[in-house]
Design a protein around this ligand. Structure first.
Ligand SMILES: [Zn+2]
Length: 128
């Protein structure tokens, strides 16, 4: 096992020190995402981001609260689903993908595999 394998294994097993944000930092980051989304909505009034979290998708809108996370969120509002122009959707989608990748890496290592994360892979272009 080389140094990179140990590094990855530590991340997957949760032994790698991850910087945790304080409640205040998370709150400020969330507020910043909402402000950035408002800017994107002003700049792109004809795109889906303009209606993200502003239109009702279901018959009613619920405000749900998670005591564990001490956060409230809306349910029943339309989301644009854009990772490119919507900070709200990008954060949710990125977190979901991070969780999926973490699970895939853990499964691979649990089954005896090795995982290599390639940051930037350039393949030579072969023209006919
Ligand atoms: Zn969105």
């Amino acid at each position: 096992m080389n140094n990179n394998d140990t590094h990855l294994q530590n991340i997957v097993t949760g032994q790698y020190p991850i910087e945790e944000k304080s409640y205040q930092q998370e709150r400020e980051a969330r507020l910043m995402r909402w402000q950035l989304q408002r800017e994107a909505q002003d700049l792109l009034p004809e795109e889906r981001v303009a209606f993200c979290m502003r239109r009702i998708q279901a018959s009613m809108v619920d405000v749900l609260y998670s005591p564990h996370r001490q956060l409230a969120h809306y349910q029943g509002l339309m989301r644009c689903g854009s990772v490119w122009v919507c900070p709200i959707c990008a954060a949710k989608i990125s977190e979901h993908r991070r969780s999926e990748l973490e699970q895939a890496i853990a499964n691979c290592i649990a089954n005896g595999g090795t995982v290599y994360l390639v940051n930037d892979l350039k393949l030579p272009q072969v023209l006919p």
